[in-house]
Design a binder for this molecule. Structure first.
Ligand SMILES: [Zn+2]
Length: 195
């Protein structure tokens, strides 16, 4: 009887029915920050990479993230003529994760790499001169681990903007140092291996 139950549990785990690890992080949807959703009519892009960015502007403590996202969406559409915010997720200094462009749509960029197939994560702040907060880094690790599991990606698929384009310092030296050292990927691996 005990053996029978264990077999069932093992079978459920193999089938992916067991509790998902790492769990899906809480993501604040576009309606909640006052944005308008872009069309998702095009065929969904398969996700092959997870790529980290910074905002590239100094973030003032206590600034209103929802208001910033609404401005960014307007600028992206009206000035840049993009379908939406160029990134799929935006992570605030308090660790909250905001949905931006639908993940099924390729992102956009001002530089020379091809963002098709990349899930684009942007952490607000300018990490050339600021430090990402611990909450922001934890959220980035949680989101990256979840995306890696959902899309069956490996640690080698996790990188930053600068790894694909020599035209940018993004994600800024203070975040890039964590990518370059392997520290960020090690944190993601810890979550992926957690049971
Ligand atoms: Zn970037």
């Amino acid at each position: 009887m005990r053996r029978g139950l264990a077999s069932v549990v093992a079978a459920l785990s193999l089938a992916g029915c067991a509790t998902g690890r790492p769990p899906a992080p809480t993501i604040i949807d576009v309606d909640a920050w006052g944005g308008t959703a872009a069309s998702t009519a095009a065929p969904a892009q398969p996700i092959r990479k997870i790529t980290l960015h910074h905002q590239g502007e100094v973030w003032q403590d206590g600034a209103d993230v929802a208001a910033y996202l609404r401005r960014l969406q307007q600028w992206s559409r009206l000035t840049r003529r993009w379908a939406d915010i160029p990134y799929h997720y935006v992570i605030a200094p308090d660790g909250r994760i905001y949905a931006a462009r639908p993940l099924q749509q390729p992102g956009d960029t001002n530089t020379d790499y091809d963002p098709r197939g990349h899930a684009l994560l942007m952490l607000v702040g300018n990490f050339e001169v600021q430090q990402p907060t611990p909450a922001q880094l934890n959220a980035a690790v949680d989101l990256t681990a979840w995306l890696a599991r959902e899309n069956k990606l490996g640690l080698d698929d996790i990188a930053s903007h600068k790894d694909y384009s020599a035209q940018t310092v993004c994600p800024g030296r203070n975040l890039y140092a964590r990518i370059e050292s392997g520290g960020f990927r090690a944190e993601v691996r810890r979550l992926l291996e957690a049971r």
